[in-house]
Design a binder for this molecule. Structure first.
Ligand code: ADP
Length: 594
């Protein structure tokens, strides 16, 4: 508190006022008191001198000096000093000192005034008695017309003493008042500075972000009003900050949920924001990027150059950039300032087009493959028909052979078209699904029954093993039938006739139904088994074609499994055989009983 400037200001004002008022008051009072006292003494002396004048004026005639004792006797009861002076200034009588020892008094101011104005009063230091005295002198005249001056005087040392004591008392009172004023000043300063320093403290906290702090508003005065205004300011700031934080959080959430990578840089190319997708594309962590210059971030040089060009040349830049195995479609767009027409930085949007381009590639491959697959039987049919047309005299046997070949090619064409139609049906998102509870055991029995003949034809043993007599799944009967049939067809197709064995099995695996189709046929190498589920992929094209394969069977299997929330996998060893496993979630048993 003692460090408070206000306290010292209040104290100095009060101290200064006290000193000035004490001095003024002291001198006025002292002056008045002195004047009153001197007046009183003067009146007393005046009365005395008036009374003594008729008695003592007679001494002037004789011109004889009187001893102090004689004069005292003549003036009983008078304590004042009495002096009689003749016209020439000689002292004729004095009750305090022998007249003969006193020098000429004609130069004394009261004497001069008395001779000139008949009355003289002077307060001065007495050379004779060595004290301050008040002299009252009147001109007197004796019966014999001798002129002189009768003077009476009293010491005024007591008045001075009274004055000194009065001054001392005034000074002491001023001192006491000073102490009281110090205390009042302290209380006043405390009452002012305490809330002010509290406000300063809180205002400072608010300034550094503690917007929820509030000042007490319990005062009615200006400080209370100031506190209310500061509270309003803090509330306003808090509302704005909350609003801005809300905006920022929403924006961050939007940016975070984008699949495109977004990087915001300022005009110095310092990264202000980067979303999760961008971090993932660059394979970096948030701390490795944020706040750094984009040019120093460990990423593709072309993208850095893009950002640099965008900011330096103030132009939007779009480019497709290869980053490792990824294909990135990048656009760097200038970010306009909120109000002014200037730019505050740039936004880099990175779209990972790898999957899209892969799908595009798959699609164009598919079209090429499909066209190729269709072209071969069509070309064969055309060739055969043209030969028949060109040679009307063709022997009947040759004609029949050609006709048979045309029939086989058409069957092949039909199979390809059927498979393609089926695949495109699965691809269509708008396809209507006819879901039902299907007993896989029953379905497997049906397929087993249906394919026993084909297996027999191919001299392959075909067995069925059901771990449970009934296992239900939610699905489409026709599709699931197709799935199992395709796997069994393949197993029979790619199994050697000698000791050929194809096993169809059904078991429960936790909450899944497991369908396995095992054969002891030619098997598939590890590399090939990764690709056999692709459309038109065939390990041995010629053999597949000879066996009436289209290269789409397993792609259809994969599709059906996935559309039933399941999966398909293969375990195979070249020359030893393969096991194709399909897992499909079992239907909820509770729903069945409901
Ligand atoms: P395809 O109509 O040619 O049979 P799929 O899509 O059904 O087409 O199969 C793709 C390829 O996977 C086949 O060409 C064949 O090389 C291989 N394959 C499928 N099943 C088996 C199996 N059980 N044993 C060995 N190879 C198989």
């Amino acid at each position: 508190m003692l460090k408070s400037r206000l306290l010292w200001q209040i104290w100095s004002i009060l101290g200064f006022t006290l000193i000035i008022s004490t001095m003024l008051f002291g001198s006025l009072v002292a002056d008045q008191v002195k004047r009153d006292a001197v007046n009183r003494v003067e009146q007393t002396l005046h009365k005395q001198v008036q009374a003594l004048a008729p008695v003592l004026s007679e001494l002037l005639d004789s011109g004889v000096s009187l001893s102090p004792e004689a004069l005292t006797r003549m003036t009983p009861g008078i304590t004042a000093r009495i002096t009689l002076i003749d016209r020439r200034g000689r002292v004729l009588a004095d009750n305090q000192k022998p007249a003969s020892q006193m020098n000429n008094h004609s130069d004394r101011p009261e004497i001069i005034r008395a001779f000139s104005n008949t009355y003289g009063v002077v307060s001065r230091y007495s050379d004779t008695l060595k004290v301050s005295m008040l002299y009252v002198a009147i001109r007197v005249e004796s019966a014999g017309a001798a002129e002189g001056v009768l003077r009476v005087a009293l010491p005024i040392t007591s008045i001075d003493e009274q004055l000194r004591s009065l001054q001392t008392r005034i000074a002491l009172s001023a001192l006491a008042a000073g102490v009281v004023l110090l205390a009042i000043g302290y209380i006043l300063a405390f009452r002012l500075t305490n809330p002010v320093s509290q406000m300063t403290e809180v205002a400072r906290e608010i300034a550094v972000g503690e917007y929820q702090l509030r000042l007490p508003e319990n005062r009615e005065d200006e400080l209370g009003q100031l506190a209310a205004v500061i509270n309003e300011l803090a509330q306003g700031a808090q509302d704005r900050i909350e609003e801005l934080t809300g905006h920022r959080n929403r924006l961050t959430a939007v940016l975070a949920s984008l699949t495109e990578g977004v990087v915001a840089v300022d005009l110095d190319q310092q990264v202000q924001h980067i979303n999760q997708a961008a971090l993932q594309i660059f394979g970096l962590k948030y701390d490795q990027v944020i706040g750094r210059k984009f040019g120093e971030v460990q990423t593709v040089r072309e993208i850095k150059r893009m950002v640099e060009t965008c900011i330096d040349e103030q132009t939007n830049v779009v480019a497709t950039i290869k980053f490792g195995s990824q294909l990135l479609e990048c656009s760097c767009i200038l970010m306009p300032e909120a109000d002014a027409g200037d730019f505050s930085g740039a936004i880099l949007v990175i779209d990972d087009a790898t999957e899209r381009s892969r799908l595009e590639e798959v699609r164009s491959d598919f079209v090429a493959n499909a066209s190729h697959e269709l072209k071969t039987p069509i070309a064969a049919i055309r060739g055969l028909i043209e030969t028949i047309i060109d040679d009307p005299a063709m022997p009947k046997e040759t004609f029949s052979r050609f006709a048979e070949r045309i029939r086989l090619q058409t069957i092949r064409l039909d199979r390809i078209v059927q498979d393609l139609l089926q695949l495109s049906r699965f691809d269509s998102s708008e396809r209507e699904k006819h879901l039902a509870r299907i007993d896989l055991a029953g379905l497997l029995r049906q397929v087993h029954q249906a394919k026993l003949f084909d297996a027999g034809d191919a001299s392959v043993e075909f067995t069925l093993s059901l771990q449970e007599s009934s296992l239900e799944v939610e699905g489409e009967a026709e599709a699931l039938n197709q799935l199992i049939t395709n796997l069994v067809d393949n197993a029979i197709k790619y199994t050697d006739q000698r000791d050929g064995l194809v096993q169809l099995r059904l078991s429960r695996l936790g909450s899944m139904a497991l369908i396995e189709v095992q054969d002891n046929g030619m098997g598939i190498s590890k590399d090939e088994s990764q690709r056999i589920f692709e459309r038109f992929y065939r390990v041995d094209k010629a053999r597949s074609r000879d066996l009436g394969g289209t290269g789409l069977g397993l792609a259809i299997v994969k599709h059906i499994a996935q559309s039933h929330m399941g999966s398909v996998s293969v375990e195979s060893q070249l020359g030893k055989g393969s096991i194709f496993s399909v897992k499909i979630p079992l239907a909820d048993p509770l729903e069945a009983s409901a």
